[in-house]
Design a protein around this ligand. Structure first.
Ligand SMILES: C[S@@+](CC[C@H](N)C(=O)[O-])C[C@H]1O[C@@H](n2cnc3c(N)ncnc32)[C@H](O)[C@@H]1O
Length: 221
């Protein structure tokens, strides 16, 4: 059974618990990173659309596509879209590694809280698919959990850390990895890095003029 079909109704609590305390809310950082003009944004593994619903609302020229494999998560997303009467959001139920969408069709691709819980094969697939779907001058925005150095934050994050470690055997390795190096190994340059509440937001660009095989290297990840 798909875990997200079960937790879909409670999923947005995560945002309330971890993002909205005093400090930088990663959702606001992502909102600010995406320009307010006629562009196409793909929210890969969008879940309940928590990272892009505000973009669609506050930047109506932006066309947002939310893609996810879980029908239940998409149902929650659809309810939010309908409630706000948005006309610039499209939802698609598909595998993020094989979307069937045309090459170079997006200006921004958001990948939020997905990679830490994915197996290396799927990460390779989603990164390759994102590279294919991204326009040459486009950007990928990654949202991921960040290592907690402050004791009180470490304690608050501990239950989730434990759950994630139990849910995915590669979680710890990804969580501790040097993210800049990690994405460089997939042929992307990190052009911006923002440390937010419990998370890091990275802006990536396709590296030009380098042949890369999309493989993880032995350097750590
Ligand atoms: C932790 S949630 C993240 C949701 C959202 N991006 C966020 O930042 O809150 C992970 C999402 O990835 C989706 N997912 C997992 N494997 C997938 C796949 N192969 N293709 C598309 N979506 C997938 C799950 O259904 C779930 O909604």
């Amino acid at each position: 059974m798909n875990l997200y079909n079960v937790v879909s109704k409670a999923y947005d609590l995560l945002e309330i618990i971890f993002f909205s305390e005093k400090g930088k809310n990663p959702v606001n950082v992502i909102l600010e990173m995406v320009p307010d003009r006629k562009i196409r944004v793909l929210d890969m593994c969008c879940g309940t659309l928590s990272n892009t619903i505000t973009i669609a609302k506050e930047k109506p020229a932006v066309k947002v596509m939310g893609l996810d494999l879980s029908e239940q998560m998409l149902r929650v997303a659809k309810r939010k879209v309908n409630r706000q009467g948005m006309k610039n959001v499209y939802l698609k139920c598909a595998d993020a590694a094989k979307t069937g969408l045309p090459d170079k069709s997006f200006d921004y691709i958001i990948i939020g809280l997905v990679l830490h819980e994915s197996c290396p094969e799927f990460i390779k697939g989603i990164m390759a698919e994102s590279k294919r779907l991204l326009k040459d001058e486009g950007n990928i925005v990654i949202l991921e959990w960040e290592r907690q150095k402050k004791f009180c934050k470490f304690i608050k994050f501990a239950p989730l850390y434990l759950l994630e470690s139990l849910h995915c055997r590669t979680f710890k390795k990804f969580y501790l990895a040097d993210k800049k190096m990690y994405f460089e190994n997939y042929g992307f340059d990190v052009t911006r890095e923002e440390h937010c509440n419990y998370t890091i937001v990275l802006k990536l660009k396709k590296r030009k003029g380098r042949i890369d095989n999309g493989n993880e290297t032995s350097s750590g990840v």
